[in-house]
Design a protein around this ligand. Structure first.
Ligand code: FAD
Ligand code: MLT
Ligand code: ZN
Length: 479
């Protein structure tokens, strides 16, 4: 019989891997009784009308059902829930803002309970001396950005999902976004993490030490772990200097190759570049139809590059000089005032929505060496058009760090041949199958194309060690 209460894992459990014997409906009922005791009746949702929204993702491609959504508000409550899940053999799907794009944030089998971390939304005071802040896993990116700004600092990550994406989700996916070219991804902002591991143990390193080589860095291990090793409850995050002088330019160019070349030049010539975003010409024209307007520059360009520079002094002249030196440039629209900058950014940020408006999207977030990006876009476009003549494909992304998003609308979302075409090409060109969204459910069958057998075995060993019963997001990441 399984005793409720914290049970450190045993060697036996490490050797096997599976949920304890009391899984199934009886296990779920017992888990829910324990959950109600831990978080209160009102925070255990079982009404299908209330749980349905937690079981479908932003893309509408990944949908399942769940017996319950449980909403803890403290680390102790999360630990009690993980203990109860182990005890009763119930799988948990950690969920933050549910903006993930690889199917990792929603239940698949119908038996998994959703562990919503949104109520862990406490924000500590900004530590101006250290340039850091401690944030709960449920704090949204927008709230964190506003909190830092109120203290005269900034949080380095920015994405179009800022109003919903949470600190815990961004750590779990190692989110990237538009400022990676300057500040790195989420893992570069993480100074320390507090989490409940799949064993039920709480690990906490929130002291804010920038240099700390005391053994394995568990916080960094949780970055990109997609809810499979532990539940992030709080994080110590670095903040960066505020950059009040911002300039944005949207440039029309002959093609993706010219956009890659110009992005590279601007990175080297303009000190304060913090975003370099590419949009293939036809993709931007899909966005134009979606937005109901004409592009602000060169309506027929082969590709567009959006560049943002920001600092303490005005970057406009430096950016204009660097752009002016580039021979291939077709046209530019510049935004200095906030409203103008936001108008230009809208052309880039509307890409996911414009694609989703056409139907269920097969989304890819690949990463490539700079020298291979143009070839990748051209060959992928050709092969997809040949294989699926009626499909619409959008290419856009964070070209400054090599991350291209491919959105394919039209083919059956379960048609794996589309994934084969895109991901085989990426791997063949020396790229990787995920730059920032993670593996989730969407790409787990392709993990072995990109990672060696030894690497996957090491990942499995880590999973066994930190989640011996396989209760955390069991359908995600590892095939
Ligand atoms: P969720 O979607 O809830 O979960 C994502 C994964 O993290 C799941 O595997 C889940 O189990 C796990 N998880 C969530 N919370 C926790 C926790 N507390 N502990 C452990 N595991 C947890 N991503 C980018 O990287 N760059 C972008 O530019 C970008 N732009 C986007 C734009 C739009 C319009 C949308 C819809 C999404 C975008 N995304 C982007 C994807 C998404 O926003 C990120 O993956 C984000 O980090 C997910 O955060 P979330 O809180 O919504 O996590
Ligand atoms: C983006 O860069 O817009 C996001 O990663 C979302 C997407 O890929 O659609
Ligand atoms: Zn992106």
């Amino acid at each position: 019989m399984w005793l409720c209460g914290h049970t450190p894992h045993t060697d036996n459990q490490l050797m096997g891997w599976g949920l304890p014997e009391v899984s199934g409906d009886a296990g779920v009922d017992r888990f829910l009784a324990a959950a109600r005791a831990a978080v209160g009746e009102s925070e255990v949702l079982t009404d299908p009308d209330l749980t349905a929204g937690y079981a479908v993702d932003w893309t509408r491609r990944w949908r399942g059902s769940t017996p319950a959504v449980v909403r803890p508000a403290t680390t102790d409550q999360v630990a009690a829930l993980v203990d109860a899940a182990r005890c009763h053999g119930v799988a948990l799907v950690p969920q933050g803002g549910n903006t993930g794009l690889v199917g990792g944030s929603v239940p698949g089998t119908g038996a998994e309970v959703v562990l919503s971390l949104r109520r862990l939304d406490e924000l500590g005071p900004v530590d101006a001396l250290a340039g850091q802040v401690t944030a709960g896993a449920g704090v949204t990116l927008a709230a964190l950005q506003a909190h830092a700004a109120a203290a005269g600092l900034a949080f380095a990550i920015d994405t179009g999902a800022r109003d919903s994406a949470t600190v815990g989700g961004m750590i779990a996916t190692n989110a990237g976004g538009v400022h990676v070219v300057r500040y790195g991804p989420m893992r570069a902002q993480v100074v320390g993490v507090e989490a409940v591991l799949g064993t039920g143990d709480v690990v906490s390193r929130l002291g804010g030490l920038v240099k700390d080589n005391t053994g394995y860095d568990l916080g960094q291990l949780l970055c990109g772990s997609e809810g499979t090793l532990g539940v992030v409850t709080r994080a110590r995050l670095r903040l960066v200097a505020d950059e009040p002088q911002v300039v944005v330019a949207l440039l029309g160019l002959p093609g993706v190759g010219e956009a890659v070349a110009l992005a590279s030049e601007l990175r080297h010539e303009v000190d304060q570049v913090r975003a370099l975003e590419v949009m293939e010409g036809d993709s931007l024209r899909v966005v134009a139809t979606f937005l109901g307007g004409a592009p602000p520059v060169a309506a027929d360009a082969g590709a567009y590059l959006l560049v943002e520079a920001a600092g303490r002094v005005d970057q406009t002249a430096a950016l204009a000089d660097a752009i002016g030196r580039h021979a291939a440039l077709a046209a530019a629209a510049v935004g200095i005032e906030r409203i103008d900058r936001e108008r230009l950014w809208r052309w880039r940020e509307a890409h996911p929505e414009a694609a989703a408006a056409l139907g269920v999207v097969l989304k890819f977030d690949v990463t490539l060496p700079a020298a291979a990006i143009a070839e990748f876009c051209a060959v992928a476009a050709e092969r997809l058009a040949a294989g699926w003549p009626g499909a619409t494909t959008l290419f856009y992304g964070h070209v400054g760090d090599g991350n291209i998003h491919v959105n394919v609308v039209g083919p059956d979302p379960d048609d794996n041949a589309v994934d084969d075409v895109v991901l085989d090409l990426v791997v063949g060109l020396g790229g990787a199958i995920s730059a920032e969204h993670g593996i989730g459910v969407a790409k787990k069958a392709w993990l072995g194309c990109d990672r060696s057998a030894a690497e996957v075995a090491a990942m499995r060993a880590i999973k066994h060690a930190l989640d011996p019963d396989g209760i955390l997001n069991p359908g995600v990441l590892l095939p």
